[in-house]
Structures are given as structure tokens and as C-alpha cells.
Design a protein around this ligand. Structure first.
Ligand SMILES: Nc1nc2c(ncn2[C@@H]2O[C@H](COP(=O)(O)OP(=O)(O)O)[C@@H](O)[C@H]2O)c(=O)[nH]1
Ligand SMILES: [Mg+2]
Length: 378
């Protein structure tokens, strides 16, 4: 089997698209009076500006949904929440029905996975008695379906006030998962005094802890607030790919036969890309593949790895009778995955543009990174 970096990159792109298409849909209900900062929160946490796509699609009288094609997230918003007691009551019944119907469908794509109840720190001393009553009955009724609920204290500035409010709300002992103070965007208080945004990474970590495994890739794909959460998931993908393909590492892998190693690596790179939720170009992937496991146009495995890489890194393993050990194959795959994560991290942080990698310096950088990871892992 002969693989060229171009072909491999094309295969990667194909798998990335497929992987993203197959991600389960995450469904979040967001509640709270208008002006508390729901839209700002949504747009700061997720990588698509869902809240800007107009008035949304009416789902029921009080519920609107926001989504985008090829984006595995739906936000259910309740725009009339504060207008009257009737509307709040109706909202409650409609949300509970949405939850029940979703659960009854037994379809992960239709279930409601989390509820974000937003309270504005800036304009409130605490929440009013009607909201308190609403939350009391809502959380009681939700006890059966057990959809995770976060009370999010929005516009959490000054922070001291946000923390005081957190204590107050926690003392209510609602049946909820967590009270989370956040400031979704920097807040300018004075011309020379700006309070930095905070709390969104914590919110994502909490989401990570409550969502089931079949929504973890989705969460990481759609969120942009926590690079750490993305990296953690990506590291887990690398470890799982290696274990699945090479087990404990004692079984020899025929290095001239790329049929085992290469598909494992392609799938791994595709899964990592989906978790980062970035549009990675085919030329970047071609560069990456050619600068790591295969030198331009040659067979990826076999000769390349054995005569170049293993020689470069003494002690990493040797080729015996046409095979490398599963452990060595695992090591190479791990280093490949970790180098790729590092590159996506640099792009995510804006430290490097994708095009910059398609230069001699860029390629050297990739290669050095891969070798560095190999040395680290051995
Ligand atoms: N600086 C800053 N302004 C915010 C924040 N959250 C909301 N706002 C402002 O508060 C106003 C109402 O926010 P919006 O998201 O539209 O509230 P919604 O009605 O609940 O969707 C807007 O002018 C926002 O710019 C925040 O975290 N930081
Ligand atoms: Mg809004």
C-alpha cells in the first residue's frame, strides 16, 4: 500500500468532515430576563455567533431555537421570560415538556442536555422573589428528569459582589448542579480601568463534568472558551487511539505494511481536529504529514520511519526482521498526535497562521516538534 502525503491529507479532510457531520447534537436551554447577558454569554462561549442569527425559530409560544448548519449545537432561548407571570408559568411548562419529549425520544440529538439559568450580578442585589419561586418549583419538577442546571451569575462585576451573590444563591439549596459567576466580556469601568472577562473556562469545565461521553467531542468542538478542555480531550484521543491499535505493545507491527498504522493515525488526526473545531486546510495537513511520518512522495512507513526516525532517536526501538514492535508504533503515533495538538494550539492562540507552516521554516518547525515529542515519550 503506497501513501503520499497529499492523498493522506485528502483522506484526513474526508474523515474530519465525516467526524463533524456525525457529532451528536448538544442542546442547551438558556433562561433569564432580557438584558442579563444571555446573547453575550452564548457568543463568548461558542465559536459561532448563534445569538446574532436573528430572532430564531419558534419552537413553542415561549421558546425559540438557534442553530446553524453543520454546527452541532442548538440553543433554546426564552425571550419573553420577564414580561409577565403568565409567560413565566408558560415558559416553565413548555421547558419541562421540551425536556420530557426529548427524554421520551431516547435520541441523544433530541434530548435537552443542560439548562443555564442566568441572573445579572450588575443590576440585582439578588434575584427577585418571583424568580426564586420559579426556580424552586422548576428545579423540583426537574428532579425526575435530572437535566443538569447551572445558575450563571452574568456580568459578574465587581467580582466581590458576584461572589457574595454566589453564596446567597447557594444558600437557597436549589436542586441544581452549580452556581457559576462569569464575566463574558471585559468590562470597561473607567477609561483606565477594565475588568477582565472570567469564569467561562470554569463553565466549560463544569459542562465537561456533567455531559455524557457521547457529547464530549461535541462540547469541545463548539466551545471556544477553554483551550485546556480541548487539549485534555485531544490527549485522551491520542491515548485511546494508540491503545486501540497497538494494545499493550508487544505484538510486532510489520513496518512495510502501512495498512494498520496509517489509518489509525489518520483517524486520530481527524478526531483531534474535530475537538479543536478549526478549519484546517489540506495544505497544512499535507505539510504536517510530509514533515513527520513521510518525506515527500515516498512510502510513509517502512523505510522512512525505520531508516530515518529510529536512527535519529537512539533507544526508541529498532526494526527487527521487517517489523517494529507495537510499542514503537504506539510511540510514533503518540508523538504524531502530540505534535499535531501543539500545532493546533499555536494556531488557536493566534501565535501562528496556517499558511506559515507551508514554508521551509514552517516544515522544519513541524519536524523539530515531532522529534521533540518522540524524545519526550520514549
Ligand atoms: N462588558 C460586558 N457587557 C456585557 C456582558 N454581558 C452582557 N453585557 C452587555 O449587556 C447588554 C445586554 O446583554 P445581552 O447579551 O444582549 O442580554 P440578553 O438580552 O440576555 O441576551 C449588552 O449591551 C451587552 O453588551 C459582559 O459579560 N461584559
Ligand atoms: Mg439576547
Amino acid at each position: 500500500m503506497e501513501y503520499h502525503p497529499e492523498q493522506l491529507a485528502a483522506k484526513c479532510i474526508q474523515e474530519i468532515n465525516q467526524k463533524i457531520r456525525n457529532l451528536n447534537k448538544l442542546n442547551i436551554v438558556i433562561l433569564g430576563k432580557s438584558g442579563v447577558g444571555k446573547s453575550t454569554l452564548i457568543n463568548s462561549v461558542f465559536r459561532e455567533n448563534l445569538a446574532e442569527t436573528g430572532i430564531g425559530r419558534p419552537v413553542t409560544q415561549e421558546i425559540r431555537s438557534y442553530t446553524k448548519p453543520d454546527f452541532p449545537l442548538t440553543i433554546y432561548d426564552t425571550p419573553g421570560f420577564e414580561l409577565s407571570k403568565e409567560q413565566q408559568d408558560r415558559t416553565k411548562q413548555e421547558v419541562l415538556k421540551l425536556i420530557r419529549d426529548g427524554a421520551a425520544s431516547e435520541d441523544v440529538n433530541k434530548a435537552i442536555h443542560c439548562i443555564w439559568y442566568c441572573i445579572n450580578v450588575g443590576s440585582n442585589r439578588t434575584f427577585d422573589s418571583f424568580e426564586e419561586e420559579w426556580l424552586r418549583t422548576f428545579t423540583e419538577e426537574n428532579k425526575i428528569t435530572r437535566v443538569p442546571i447551572f445558575i450563571i451569575l452574568t456580568q459578574g462585576c465587581p467580582k466581590k459582589k458576584a461572589l457574595e451573590m454566589q453564596k446567597l444563591v447557594e444558600a437557597e439549596n436549589f436542586h441544581i448542579n452549580k452556581v457559576v459567576p462569569v464575566l463574558a466580556q471585559d468590562m470597561e469601568l473607567d477609561e483606565d480601568y477594565t475588568v477582565k472577562a472570567y469564569g467561562l473556562d470554569t463553565l466549560i469545565e463544569l459542562m465537561t463534568s456533567v455531559l455524557p461521553d457521547d457529547l464530549q467531542d461535541t462540547l469541545q468542538n463548539v466551545q471556544k472558551a477553554s483551550l485546556e478542555a480541548k487539549k485534555k480531550r485531544a490527549h485522551a484521543i491520542v491515548a485511546a487511539s494508540v491503545t486501540a491499535a497497538f494494545g499493550e505493545g508487544f505484538v510486532p507491527v510489520p513496518f512495510a505494511d502501512a495498512s494498520m498504522l496509517v489509518p489509525t493515525q489518520v483517524t486520530m488526526l481527524a478526531s483531534i481536529t474535530a475537538v479543536f473545531g478549526m478549519n484546517i486546510s489540506k495544505s497544512l495537513l499535507t505539510c504536517f504529514v510530509s514533515s513527520t511520518i513521510g518525506a515527500g512522495g515516498a512510502t510513509i512507513l517502512g523505510r522512512t520511519i525505520v531508516s530515518n526516525l529510529l536512527k535519529l532517536i537512539p533507544g526508541v526501538g529498532t526494526a527487527v526482521g521487517g517489523t517494529i514492535s507495537g510499542a514503537t508504533a504506539g510511540l510514533l503515533t503518540t508523538a504524531l498526535g502530540e505534535a499535531y495538538i501543539k500545532i493546533l494550539e499555536m494556531i488557536f492562540k493566534g501565535e501562528m497562521r496556517q499558511e506559515e507552516l507551508d514554508t521551509p521554516e514552517g516544515k522544519k518547525k513541524i519536524k523539530d516538534l515531532f522529534l521533540e515529542m518522540l524524545k519526550k515519550k520514549k
